[in-house]
Design a protein around this ligand. Structure first.
Ligand code: CP
Length: 316
């Protein structure tokens, strides 16, 4: 594997899962792979889990790491091609990317959807420039339309907690005061479609995800019906795709609470975090023994390490 931007980059999903569990069991067994190799982690947006887990994963593999917070530490970077650069951005990605690539062996990039243009976001203009111009492997640490390291960790977590071969996994929209990207739900659905799980997506009308991610996945507009007999509830807010980037509803009837969880098959509660308590999910649910959000976040280290191991093996 050269780059990692989606589940489709993995040579084999079952093999990747095996590697993830191997990394979890024995995190320091492959330090030789990263010796004298450097990973640069570039953040255009904030992070807690992705930053720490990816850095830890790289260190577990013996790599050196450098972090650049573009909006705080570096020059503001222009991404538009053909633009007259007479504004507030003194450097273009076209130069910055190959320069960064000359200092490292792998680049991790976080660059969220900007909601200025659906076309630009869904063409992944930022991360694709890193792939085109850096000369080194690129790992998505959440791009405009996908968050694959999160989805990989989600998959590992479901495998760890499932009590039946084919669990019912429900992705539910939940309210939020701000417009959030579709990257996590897109990526989660795309990833789950590669498994044998029963997947149901529930959200208010107007929140349909892009057809290329949904395929023929079932949408149940009645959240309570969707929760019936679920084994995993995965909550997430996202802004509208059709009315691109708009918040169409803040309806707290969609908050995941104890009453709705009682409809499930004692489902495990998941969320990628950060989460707004008592808006996305009630305290009672997230503090219950069935909440596995911390284990899910811990698996971010495992998924990042499995991905970096596969990339380092190709670099040898
Ligand atoms: N889930 C996730 O990506 O967390 P951060 O935004 O804190 O990295």
């Amino acid at each position: 594997m050269r780059h990692f931007t989606s589940v489709h980059d993995l040579p084999d999903l079952n093999e990747a899962l095996k590697i993830a569990f191997e990394m979890k069991k024995n995190p320091f067994a492959y330090q030789h792979l990263g010796k004298n190799k450097t990973m640069v982690l570039i953040f255009f947006n904030s992070s807690l889990r992705t930053r720490l887990s990816t850095q830890k994963a790289a260190m577990n593999l013996g790599m050196n790491t450098m972090i650049l917070n573009v909006n705080q530490d570096g020059w503001q970077l222009e991404s538009e091609l053909g633009i007259i650069m007479d504004g507030d951005k003194p450097e273009h990605l076209r130069e910055a990317i190959p320069v960064i690539g000359s200092y490292c062996d792998i680049i991790g990039v976080r660059s969220f959807a900007q909601f200025k243009s659906k076309e630009d976001d869904y063409q992944e203009k930022i991360i694709n420039q890193f792939i085109d111009y850096s000369g080194v492997p690129v790992v998505s640490m959440e791009a405009a339309t996908r968050h694959p390291l999160q989805s990989f960790a989600d998959h590992v977590t479901i495998e760890e907690f499932k009590t039946k071969e084919r669990p019912k996994v429900v992705l539910t929209w939940a309210p939020h005061p701000k417009a959030l990207p579709q990257a996590v739900p897109n990526s989660f659905v795309e990833w789950m479609r590669q498994t044998d799980y029963e997947l149901v997506v529930t959200h208010p009308e107007g929140y349909e995800l892009a057809p290329e991610f949904m395929g023929d996945v079932k949408v149940e507009y009645d959240q309570k019906k969707a929760f019936s007999n679920a084994d995993f509830i995965y909550a997430k807010n996202w802004a509208s795709y059709s009315s691109y980037g708009q918040v169409l509803s803040r309806d707290r009837k969609w908050t995941v609470d104890e009453e709705k969880m009682a409809l499930t098959n004692q489902a495990k509660f998941m969320h990628c975090l950060p989460v707004r308590r008592n808006i996305i999910v009630s305290d009672g649910v997230i503090d219950s023994p069935d909440s596995i959000v911390i284990q899910e976040a811990a698996n971010r280290e495992v998924s990042a390490q499995a991905v970096l191991k596969m990339i380092l093996e190709e670099l040898k």
